[in-house]
Design a binder for this molecule. Structure first.
Ligand code: XMP
Length: 508
């Protein structure tokens, strides 16, 4: 199988580079910059991409690599820090740029195979404070910006290319075309990698890793854990036990739906643990969103730990972590935005063979494609994501049974209207939030002082950024009308018109 190596120097877009390569039907493997050259040589890669990174190449503490890699005889593309590293390794000079470039910058391209089919002037995404101040021997400049005299360079003889900007982010107008050119024009890839290969390779890997041991999967009924369950069920059948903890924070009737779907669909063992009351008692008096997330996460996992403690054969613990969960929880150099549910510390007395996260390198839409290929029904695969802490992050302030019921009922009305109006699959996610605010209203001739419900609806490709959805007013009007009429304890409905950033999709 043809594959590309993404050599990781610590930048924040490394997974995105690998994903863009996969989007071009070429398999990409990410390895740290500490990987020995012999291992890279043995990998038979069609090409190597050096990623960006937060450091300066002239700082000796920064990640470096032996210059021998440039003579591997395999095409190389350096991005941002990777570009500067190539210059530095090949004998050029990198120094602090007189003008740092951040954001969208006009780029002028010269003749190069990596710029095939690309306009001479285009917009690229820059993020750098250092620049190449003198180009190494044998290299020629193939791109400039007003403030960066060497924004791209090449050595065609050695098939080495380097760009200061980030072709992997969508803000670089022709970034996808550039990566496509590198893969197909320079590396000569044929594009043989498709989702079926991922499934086959993952199933094989899981079988080899698991052997005849048992696996426990934490199932939330959301897309990610469902697809992880599908993969594991295909790999090891009923060696897999899915533990579904109903923490009483699911949408209306959802616990029953999850149970029915999984017991009829897969070859596996299914255990449902109803834990609603215990959860609420642990959360009594807690109002801080991060504290709530942590308690819900810890309690949720305690149930699994107990299941594992009770097991005779100590097996693996699996979860449906996907790539955005990892970065938003502060993997690598990224800041912690929220403590995502599936990132908790494992108690030292809980012993098992290891953690399995078969989807940890994939983005949401890739996970869905895997799910479809596995034959999981569309209703499940295209179900909206539902956060691990459930309605716990959609009810602000202290969680009570009454507030949970209100948000469940309001949410049910919203879903019903969206579905009746054909909007269900139009949007990435929509739901109701209970902000824990009471406002004055009038119903009949009476003054009311009741809860406010906020509707949140977004469009997005990858959930890293999102836009608020332009739902037609008529639908919003109907939803508002029904919620205030049908859901006891609500007298006002508002619509959230905040994008991500600055907001996040969930309210907490
Ligand atoms: P945010 O609120 O971080 O949400 O913009 C991005 C996407 O992630 C979902 N989400 C979670 N998913 N565990 C999950 O599995 C969590 O703790 C969690 N918090 C948010 C959210 O619903 C949205 O789809």
């Amino acid at each position: 199988m043809e594959k590309i190596l993404v050599l990781d120097f610590g930048g924040q877009y490394n997974q995105l580079i690998a994903r863009r390569v996969r989007d071009n039907n070429v398999f990409a493997e990410i390895l740290p910059y500490t990987t020995p050259l012999d291992e890279i040589r043995a990998g038979n890669y069609k090409g190597v991409i050096f990623t960006g990174g937060p450091n300066s190449v002239y700082d000796m503490q920064s990640p470096h690599y032996s210059a021998e890699i440039l003579d591997l005889g395999v095409p190389i593309l350096g991005i941002c820090y990777g570009c500067q590293l190539i210059a530095w390794m090949a004998g050029g000079t990198v120094s602090t740029a007189p003008v740092s470039e951040y954001g969208k910058i006009e780029f002028t391209a010269k003749d190069s195979p990596i710029f095939k089919g690309i306009r001479e002037k285009s917009t690229v995404w820059m993020s750098h404070t250092d620049y190449i101040s003198s180009v190494p021997q044998g290299f020629e400049i193939i791109g400039t910006t007003d403030d960066c005299p060497c924004a791209a360079m090449q050595n065609r003889e050695r098939d080495i290319y380097a760009v200061q900007f980030h072709p992997e982010v969508t803000h670089s107008e022709f970034g996808m075309q550039m990566l496509h050119n590198f893969l197909y024009v320079v590396c000569g890839c044929k594009g043989e990698w498709v989702m079926d290969n991922f499934i086959e390779a993952t199933v094989e890997k899981l079988r080899a890793q698991i052997g005849d041991k048992k696996v426990i999967l934490g199932l939330s009924g959301g897309v990610d854990s469902s697809v992880a369950a599908g993969l594991l069920s295909r790999a090891v059948g009923n060696q897999l036990t899915c533990v579904f903890v109903d923490q009483g924070l699911m949408r209306k009737d959802e616990g029953d739906f999850v149970e029915q779907t999984f017991t009829s669909l897969f070859d596996m063992n299914f255990v449902r643990v109803n834990y609603g009351e215990q959860f609420l008692s642990k959360l009594r008096g807690v109002t801080d969103p991060e504290e709530k997330r942590k308690i819900i996460g810890t309690e949720f996992f305690n149930v699994f730990w107990n299941e594992i403690r009770n097991q005779k054969d100590k097996g693996f613990f699996a979860q449906g972590t996907i790539y955005p969960d990892c970065i938003e929880s502060g993997k690598g150099d990224a800041d912690v935005i929220k403590t995502h549910h599936n990132r908790v510390n494992i108690p030292s007395d809980v012993q098992f063979a290891g953690v399995i996260e078969p989807l940890a390198d994939l983005f949401k839409d890739e996970v869905r494609r895997v799910g479809e290929k596995l034959g999981i029904p569309r209703e499940l695969v295209w179900r909206q994501p539902f956060p691990g802490p459930g309605l716990g992050v959609r009810v602000m302030g202290e969680l009570t049974a009454e507030k949970i019921k209100i948000v469940q009922e309001a949410d049910w009305v919203l879903r019903d209207e969206m579905s009746k109006n054909g909007y269900e699959s139009e949007l990435a996610q929509f739901f109701c939030v209970l902000p824990d605010v009471k406002t004055v209203g009038v119903m009949g001739d009476h003054r009311t002082y009741d809860h406010l419900i906020a509707i949140r609806a977004v469009t997005t490709d990858d959930f890293m950024t999102a836009d608020w959805a332009r739902i037609p007013y008529d639908i919003l009007a109907k939803v508002s009308n029904r919620i205030t009429n049908e859901v006891a304890g609500v007298n006002r409905v508002v619509y959230d018109i905040t994008s991500k950033p600055p907001g996040t999709v969930e309210w907490a």
